[in-house]
Design a protein around this ligand. Sequence first.
Ligand code: OGA
Ligand code: MN
Length: 211
Amino acid sequence: MDTPKNILTSTHLDKLASESWVLVENAFPRETLDHLLSLFQKEGPDFRPAKVGAANQEQQESSIRGDAIRWLSSDRDSHKSILDQLEQLKKELREGLRVSLDDFECHLAVYPPGAGYNEHIDQSPQRSLNTTRRVYSFVLYLNESWTSDQGGQLVLRLPHSTEVILPHWNRLVIFSSTDLPHRVEKSYSPRRSLTGWMRRCSNPFHGESAR
Ligand code: OGA
Ligand code: MN
């Protein structure tokens, strides 16, 4: 495979560093998005209702979040090219922001009509230090010609303002997992995305990147 092209410019990195969030338009090549969409078709039966809560206390709660998800795995040949590109994104974040990131996790998500996700933070500050923690959240939207009457906006609550982001095709949003409350407004059409988290492992016995 060709070496993936840079996804982020220095302007993106500066904005993420100073404001804890950034939007990247036309983030990935068309083939990548087409391939992701094909996974929704092929792996439809493997989607499961998403859960809420810390890893050891997860519960399904469709009144809090209504999406169905499918985790990507390096064991699956059909997931590898996507994971390679996210590895590249991790590298750019690590080098561009000089933060330590060890690995990432990501899933495909579809919000059926009527589903949303109540306000939350992706990484609770109370979890023990000796675990893997989410540092940056990223969401790549896969919805062609989405309009605001279809709902599904991502609402980021920033310290002095609120950002409302439509889930447009090939739009990537990256934000701090630890300090940005956000929610997904009810969607009126199936809303597809790839969602993931760049993570840091604070356990000194954890080796290099898992992927
Ligand atoms: C999440 C989330 C945002 C989105 O899955 O934790 O906040 O826009 N998703 O899909
Ligand atoms: Mn979230």
